[in-house]
Design a binder for this molecule. Sequence first.
Ligand code: AMP
Ligand code: ZN
Length: 136
Amino acid sequence: MESECIFCRIVDGEIPAVRVYEDGEHLAFLDTNPRSEGHVLAIPKEHIKTIDELGDEQTAKLFIVVKRIAESLKQKMGVKGYNIVSNNGEIAGQVIPHVHIHIVPRYEGQRSSAGFELAFPVDAKAKRKVEESIEK
Ligand code: AMP
Ligand code: ZN
């Protein structure tokens, strides 16, 4: 537990949150700045900053939790699809340095036509490099 970390403090019950899933090693709760209704953050309880610092088993277990939440959103909330996002590192826009996976539901009538194009427009230089590699 890192006393300065908001997510560790949520795990500890010092900061309130709407908890939607919990087991011995994980917690999932609603994001207070939801990008859509039911926007969930799934975290390991252990204070680890980025996905690459997780053990393999921890990574696998976290993604199984993410899958369970996605299943539940579909079955119980009529969610048609969802985006899974994880910002890792300040340079990637990570604000809270405790691993978290965003699960953002998409509902009928709220189609995200851009997919991840909005956040990640195609990088022309990187695209040329891929095309060159394919041609070789
Ligand atoms: P990021 O680190 O950029 O991937 O995003 C951190 C996310 O945590 C943001 O979407 C915030 O809205 C969310 N957040 C920050 N504080 C809280 C809190 N106390 N309870 C729930 N969500 C939070
Ligand atoms: Zn933490």
